[in-house]
Design a protein around this ligand. Structure first.
Ligand code: NAD
Ligand code: UD1
Length: 339
């Protein structure tokens, strides 16, 4: 049988590159579009090395409709997974125009080109950030949505846009996947997260402390109403997240409509749980100091994953130890790969 072609925007990035592996392994043909605004070109050769094939790649901006339309003309695209966008909360507060421009315009341009090409299956990267500071835990998909940053608002706006589109044109098949906290790396050690500058997120910072690139981890507050006082999150291995995208695509082989799904593990992990597991599994030391809370942080956030299990027949398989092990392997490999 001919393989179905999946267009992956932002496929050279952290989650996109891992998803390309899962797609390839599931028998889909992958086409990547990326402008390398937050990734490195050599990810592609390492992806090819992992998959032992040459992935089709187009360099360009998703906001360029003429460029995009050519890709849809060249290939019989079955569905699109849209990762391309900016994602740093702090940066979005400083550069709101760049964030609204890139995130919202790229979505609109992509939808226009998909419509023209009559491609109606879209998987969109949303985020648990749309739940703001949740009133109830674990968080269900129908929880109240509000956001506090331009980044979060760009995600929430796109969710509304896609819901409006679906209601006006119900032949669309749209999955809004709300990711919790993706961490870890592919276990080849050839691809992983590449933070620009000093990382803001916990796991990449812990990796850098263990490597000696940062003197210590600042633990942002130990006076939250949580079991050890530090913030609790739902960390999910990036390969589990990647496989969640394959499940969403598979869902549309037999189903139709708008689907909103949490992709997490359903487990809450504190900052100190993560540090302790990282040290134990990797036999290394992560120095830390307790400091003030980070402004804008919430105490705790983890997913209710029962709907994902029911709708997608998907469940995260990799535990925190595996996330820490793979993250560390990638951090160590980066030196020899010079990335
Ligand atoms: P990433 O920055 O590693 O990947 C995004 C990729 O998109 C990069 O390769 C970048 O070069 C590319 N890109 C950006 N704008 C583009 C454009 N206009 N045209 C073409 N390419 C463009 O980010 P990621 O961590 O892989 O996240 C992927 C998606 O998932 C993003 O939309 C992000 O908002 C969302 N998300 C990420 C997280 C997370 O913690 N990583 C959590 C929730 C949601
Ligand atoms: C951040 C974003 C969120 C985004 C998510 C995944 C903010 C306010 N929120 O969330 O919108 O969806 O990343 O990309 O930026 N921590 C430390 N020290 C550090 C770093 C983090 O103690 O150096 C703590 C935080 O206080 C938090 C936990 O570790 O309790 C996780 O932090 P982080 O990885 O930044 O993720 P989120 O806060 O969930």
């Amino acid at each position: 049988m001919k393989k179905q072609c999946i267009l992956v925007t932002g496929g050279a990035g952290f989650i996109g590159s891992h998803t390309c592996i899962a797609l390839h392994e599931a028998g889909y043909k992958v086409i990547i579009v990326d402008n390398f605004s937050n990734s490195h070109r050599d990810v592609l050769s390492r992806l090819n090395q992992i998959l032992n094939t040459d992935i089709i790649f187009y360099e360009g901006d998703v906001r360029d409709q003429i460029f995009l339309a050519k890709i849809f003309k060249n290939h019989a695209i079955h569905a699109v997974i849209h990762f391309a966008g900016f994602k740093a909360v702090g940066e979005s507060v400083k550069k709101p125009l760049d964030y609204y421009d890139n995130n919202i315009l790229s979505m609109i341009c992509l939808l226009r080109v998909m419509k023209e090409a009559r491609v109606y299956i879209l998987i969109f990267s949303s985020s648990a950030t749309v739940y703001g500071d949740p009133k109830w835990l674990p968080i269900k998909e129908d929880s109240e949505r509000y956001t506090t940053s331009p980044y979060g608002r760009s995600k929430l706006f796109i969710e509304h846009l896609l819901e409006d589109l679906y209601h006006a044109e119900p032949h669309w098949n749209i999955a809004l996947l709300r990711y919790f906290n993706p961490v870890g790396a592919h276990d080849s050690g050839l691809i992983g997260e590449l933070p620009n500058d000093v990382p803001n997120n916990l796991m990449p910072f812990v990796q850098q402390v263990a490597k000696g690139l940062q003197p210590y981890l600042s633990v942002f507050g130990n006076d939250y109403d949580t079991r050890d006082g530090t913030g609790i999150r739902d960390y999910i291995h990036v390969m589990d997240l990647a496989e969640g995208h394959v499940s969403a695509l598979n869902y549309y082989q037999t189903n139709h409509g708008l689907l909103t799904v949490n992709l997490g593990t359903g487990q809450g992990t504190s900052v100190l749980d993560l540090v302790n597991t990282f040290e134990k599994i990797n036999n290394c030391k992560v120095q830390y100091k307790i400091v003030e809370r980070r402004s804008g942080d919430i105490a705790a956030c983890w997913a209710d994953v029962s709907f994902a299990e029911r709708a997608l027949a998907w469940r995260a398989k990799r535990d925190l130890a595996k996330m820490c092990e793979d993250a560390w392997r990638w951090e160590c490999a980066r030196t020899s790969l010079r990335v």
